[in-house]
Design a protein around this ligand. Structure first.
Ligand code: NAP
Length: 382
């Protein structure tokens, strides 16, 4: 199980000698493409040669050395039409996003994939999506290389993580985390827990914020019992840990297929249910809350105690179950940082990954099997 509870990876991102004398990313060397108009940026000529900084060629020093600078163009995965994995293309001349006054520019070190990236790419949220072309990706971990005028707490060189889109489905970021740089509002960002690496940090934001928001919306509290449907997935593996370690659940049960029952136990479940052998709603155990990450809202309500409720992330919800869509906030990450730093909460990175940046097709194809364990992470980014 140790391979699943991945170990921490940290990188020396600054030259300590230089940082005594000057900021690690001297502002005189930062060049942002003033021509950056989002629609134009990805699609149209002129095709200027990509300026590759020294930092962009090496994972270990990426965004790190004091000689780093922000180029005007970057590598990024993007799509100009909705469809399957094949619409995703690796572009080399995408304009680096300009930041707003309340935003920071993050040099991406790691990113993670979420099912919503696939659903969005398939055109499921066309009506409320940002315009094409799109650089997908919600989850990021990286280094701040530029700050807007109204940014109060973050500074260049800070190692951070975030879900870059405040509203997941309504106008999500057109330039997400599957590029070398991404621009994010300060309020969505938190400092990366010191003890975990970038790959682990990138695996957390959207999933852990969803887990936390769902538990809060359901008014889950100490002494209550919970059943997590899909306990081995990106969100479910964090719901289990939050319920047990942060909210003080009296009993945590979860469902998974046979090979993943050991993972559930290592995450702290009291009752691991093999869904290939048992129907959870037929068991005598009933719960104060069922947290459904699978799309079994109709069955979820059958496992409730009198007065219980059900959080449903996907598919129809039946009362008293309810559905919600996560709103990104850095405040949740800040609140949870002590739990991550003490090791009470663990990032679960799928052991088939992390997938390097040029293997994003493979990573999405794997995520879309619906069999991922924990999170599918993209690392390193060039
Ligand atoms: N509403 C929101 O705000 C929100 C936020 C985040 C995610 N979501 C949605 O929630 C869903 C889950 O997201 P995720 O990131 O956790 O997905 P994920 O990581 O891709 O989930 C994969 C996991 O689901 C498990 N699984 C599949 N069928 C199962 C079943 N019948 N019973 C138990 N486990 C099952 C798999 O385990 P096995 O291999 O053992 O089957 C696998 O480990 C997605 O539809 C996503 O779009 C919604």
């Amino acid at each position: 199980m140790d391979s699943i509870l991945s170990s921490s990876t940290t990188f020396q991102l600054r030259n300590p000698l230089l940082s005594l004398h000057q900021p690690p990313f001297p502002s005189s060397k930062i060049t942002i493409n003033r021509l950056n108009k989002s629609q134009r940026a990805l699609s149209s000529p002129p095709h200027q040669p990509l300026r590759i900084s020294a930092a962009s060629q090496s994972a270990a020093t990426s965004a790190a050395t004091a000689s780093s600078f922000v180029p005007s163009e970057m590598k990024a995965w993007s799509y100009s039409e909705y469809g399957g994995v094949d619409v995703l293309k690796l572009e080399t001349n995408v304009a680096v996003p300009e930041i707003g006054e309340d935003q920071v520019l993050i040099k991406v070190v790691a990113a993670a994939l979420n099912p919503v990236d696939s659903k969005r790419r398939a055109g499921k949220f066309k009506a409320t999506d940002s315009p094409l072309p799109t650089v997908p990706g919600y989850d990021v971990a990286g280094v701040v290389v530029k700050v807007g005028k109204q940014v109060k707490d973050l500074k260049e060189g800070d190692e951070v993580y975030a879900d870059v889109s405040e509203k997941t489905l309504e106008g999500p970021k057109q330039f997400g985390s599957l590029g070398e740089y991404t621009a994010v509002e300060e309020k969505l960002v938190a400092l990366k827990p010191k003890n975990i690496g970038f790959a682990e940090a990138a695996s957390l934001p959207l999933a852990v914020e969803t887990a936390y928001e769902g538990l809060e919306r359901a008014a889950f509290s100490q002494g209550k019992s919970i059943l997590v449907l899909g306990g081995a997935g990106g969100v479910g593996s964090l719901v289990i840990q939050l319920a047990k370690q942060v909210f003080g659940a009296s009993k945590v049960a979860a469902t998974a297929s046979t090979p993943k029952l050991d993972l559930l136990k290592s995450l702290g479940v009291d009752l691991a249910i093999d869904y290939t052998k048992q129907n959870f709603e037929d068991l005598p155990d009933k719960f104060d809350l069922v947290f459904d990450t699978v799309g079994q809202g109709d069955r979820a309500v059958k496992a409730l105690k009198e007065g219980g409720s059900a959080v449903v992330l996907t598919g129809p919800a039946e009362p008293p179950g309810f559905r919600f869509v996560i709103t990104s906030t850095g405040e949740t990450l800040k609140k949870l940082n002590p739990y991550l730093e003490s090791g009470k909460l663990k990032a679960i990175v799928d052991p088939k990954g992390p997938f390097p940046f040029d293997k994003v097709h493979e990573a999405f194809s794997y995520l879309e099997t619906g069999r991922a364990t924990g999170k599918v992470v993209i690392y390193p980014t060039p």
